[in-house]
Design a protein around this ligand. Sequence first.
Ligand SMILES: CSCCC(=O)C(=O)COP(=O)(O)O
Ligand SMILES: [Mg+2]
Length: 228
Amino acid sequence: MIEIRAIVTDIEGTTSSIDFVREVLFPYARKRLPAFVETHGDKPEVQHWLHEAAREAGLVEATRQDIIELLLKWIDQDRKSTALKALQGMIWKDGYEAGDYRAHVYPEVAARLREWRADGLRLYVYSSGSVPAQKLFFRHSEAGDLGALFAGYFDTETGPKRESSSYRRIAEAIGEQPRHLLFLSDIVEELDAAQAAGFHTGWLVRAPQALPDSPRHTVYRDFDAIAP
Ligand SMILES: CSCCC(=O)C(=O)COP(=O)(O)O
Ligand SMILES: [Mg+2]
């Protein structure tokens, strides 16, 4: 029996509903992005990510308006661009702090995370959302401030979620062999990459999604079903 020492979890579709991200967070950022870029576009951090977005799209000599249009298109496509995610995170901060919304977590998640912490497991997040956005998400969740439960956060600056090298980097950063780590996600390609890196994997298939016929990963309906 291999001992699991730490759990790394995805957010969207795993701890939290896809609908919250797509119907609350994305529209909030979409609506405010043009004004945000106009107002904050001269700040070095914002400038850096605008430049990165233009570079990612291969845009040479792009105007600010070109980049705004590009970012709006990427929001509509749910493109997992590190630059877009960093900018979205900066915009979402205002919404959380103004109390416009709180981050959705499935009903059993907070209690289960607390139980795992009490059992001595370390908890980490790996999401396409930027690390600052992840921290805001759990600090302002519907179940209260869950930030203190996590020992660390990883985003796509560590690498794409569908590449096994990203999971090797995460294991190294955590300081554990992959065989002591469990990765939870709703996306099978992410689980394949984690498994290829030697992680244990748990596939969250939440109701009302149909259970897969011959799953390549252990399937769980919710966090209560997971016994690490
Ligand atoms: C940090 S919350 C914002 C979620 C987000 O933007 C996203 O793309 C979620 O992707 P995930 O990797 O958590 O499925
Ligand atoms: Mg997900």
